[in-house]
Design a protein around this ligand. Sequence first.
Ligand SMILES: [Zn+2]
Length: 108
Amino acid sequence: MTLPDPYYDHASCYDCGLEYKSPGWIEVMIPDFVWREISPTGDEEGLLCISCISKKLIKHGFEKVPIWLCEPGPITFLPIEATRSNHALMRIWYKKSKKLEKEKQNET
Ligand SMILES: [Zn+2]
């Protein structure tokens, strides 16, 4: 049994209003340095659905941001690395995140 969470039970996407509890919500994680730039509250807080994250990434000039699919619900993505364990996939995600962060730092 999952205990009710007063924040997430009533949370929704800041931009489009999709409810966090909606079956259409796809939980993803993006690199911290990216979230700091696109956070809807400007202070690393807030909540965005995957569609609004994508729109924000485009608006902020990001490309090929590695996302970690946390709780996909009824769907799943099959990456090339699909036969690897979650732990191995997490390492790949982290490595890609760090590579992108370095590229972004070199641009500025
Ligand atoms: Zn949204």
